[in-house]
Design a protein around this ligand. Structure first.
Ligand SMILES: [Zn+2]
Length: 184
């Protein structure tokens, strides 16, 4: 069990968790047999580029966490490629849509040139939410106003990515449970 000084330290770390490297946070969880910021740290590790992880960071998180990060990264990469290349289909056009066929084509093309490019950019791939911000201000050709509005609302709901975020969270939670025995 943590003594009061340790609890105070944990509380402070929790409040300043953005200032720590996620590998450090995971290491603290191991050290103190506690899990409060493990999931948070795991999600941030998944977003960290591999080449930015030093040997020291890798030692801090250990082989199990490193492997899990690699696995989740791979799943997310594949997912990202699917989202980038398969725009959601317009299932019903708005009342003000003048040309549904053209509207659907334009949506597809703008998605591919916009989201596709932003998400898959070799040098500077954007995260889904950031990509959307750039995407929504593009010209949408002959898309109907209502259709554009509906589709943007749909994709802002996190089309395709809600599941991915949940996946990262649940892997993090499972790992914490498996690797850290909380001493009560
Ligand atoms: Zn339409």
């Amino acid at each position: 069990m943590l003594d009061s000084t340790q609890l105070f330290a944990m509380h402070n770390i929790q409040a300043r968790k953005w200032h720590f490297h996620p590998a450090q946070l995971i290491n603290i969880c191991f050290e103190f047999h506690t899990r409060p910021f493990f999931q948070f740290a795991f999600s941030r590790l998944v977003e960290t580029r591999f080449h930015e992880l030093t040997m020291e960071h890798r030692d801090m998180i250990g082989p199990n966490v490193l492997q899990a990060v690699a696995d989740v990264k791979e799943v997310l990469d594949e997912h990202n490629q699917i989202v980038a290349t398969e725009p959601p289909i317009i299932t019903s056009h708005a009342a003000d849509c003048g040309n549904p066929e053209r509207c659907g084509e334009d949506w597809y093309v703008v998605w591919w040139n916009g989201m596709g490019r932003f998400l898959l950019d070799g040098r500077n791939p954007l995260k889904y939410d950031d990509a959307l911000k750039h995407f929504e201000v593009l010209e949408f050709g002959e898309m109907g106003y209502g259709c554009k509005k509906d589709m943007l609302a749909l994709v802002k709901e996190g089309f395709g990515f809600r599941h991915a975020y949940r996946c990262v969270k649940s892997v993090g939670a499972q790992l914490a449970e498996k690797l850290i025995t909380v001493v009560e």
